[in-house]
Design a protein around this ligand. Structure first.
Ligand SMILES: Nc1ncnc2c1ncn2[C@@H]1O[C@H](COP(=O)(O)OP(=O)(O)OP(=O)(O)O)[C@@H](O)[C@H]1O
Length: 236
């Protein structure tokens, strides 16, 4: 579904992505992990077309994304910190994005209902807590039933009930055949959700494995234990 072919991206002298090669298949929920500054956001932004790698290609459903914006309508992106026009209300933001998307699909209002967004439509974006802004972002990300969902630290800032609602939604989207790419520094949060793990270090791909395989190969019970084991034994 998404093929990343040998992409390299520099910021000045710094190599943020180093000849990265990846295949991301539909129906998979993939954890994108690695230390701070390893290149996760740069990779996500490259897929979204917000960062242009100087070498390599990204192929989305068989089409090179270079000089092509159309593919983006198939992606839902939940940023780490959602930025919205501060004087608009939640209701106005949702209506604006519905207008821009202009989708004929029946909207997915699951999160809208479960997060009780309808009760907060009059609230201005600038007055919202971090967690409520995350709820609005998550609602908008899933609303248009995208084939690909890219979620950057999706549960950060959410209360435990909201985090569980979102996790259940992520699992349902994967079962329905979407491709999900999730970054998180809280590996325990990914347990039971993700089917594959990608580990990046210094812009290089160190590991891309099925979760079951990863646990079997390391002899560990959890993703977190497996990654720590690999780092300690320097096999990553
Ligand atoms: N626009 C930019 N200009 C200059 N350097 C940048 C820019 N964006 C990212 N970088 C650098 O590229 C490297 C990779 O950054 P990136 O944001 O992709 O890391 P990350 O893995 O998402 O980190 P974190 O886990 O802290 O969110 C870092 O060293 C960062 O400082």
């Amino acid at each position: 579904m998404i093929e990343i072919k040998h992409i390299t991206k520099h910021f000045g002298k710094l190599k943020a992505l180093d000849n990265l090669d990846l295949k991301l298949e539909k129906g998979q929920c993939i954890a994108l992990i690695g230390p701070n500054g390893c290149g996760k956001t740069t990779l996500i932004k490259s897929i979204l077309g917000m960062v242009l790698p100087e070498k390599g290609d990204i192929i989305f459903n068989g089409q090179n994304i270079k000089h092509n914006n159309e593919y983006r309508k198939h992606i839902g992106y939940m940023p780490q910190i959602g930025r919205y026009p501060e004087n608009m209300t939640i209701g106005q933001v949702i209506d604006m994005i519905k207008g821009i998307r202009n989708s004929n699909e029946v909207l997915d209002n699951d999160l809208y209902e479960q997060f009780e967004i309808g009760k907060m439509l009059h609230k201005k974006m600038r007055t919202l807590s971090g967690g409520t802004t995350q709820k609005v972002s998550a609602t908008l990300t899933f609303m248009f039933r995208p084939e690909v969902l890219i979620l950057d630290e999706p549960t950060a800032g959410l209360d435990p009930v909201a985090a569980e609602i979102l996790k259940t939604k992520i699992i349902a989207a994967k079962k329905a055949g979407s491709l999900l790419l999730i970054t998180s520094h809280f590996l325990s949060e990914l347990e039971g959700i993700v089917s594959q793990v990608i580990f990046i270090q210094d812009g290089k791909l160190m590991l891309h494995k099925n979760t079951m395989e990863l646990k079997r190969d390391t002899g560990k019970d959890t993703i977190a234990q497996s990654i720590v084991h690999l780092l300690k034994t320097q096999t990553v």
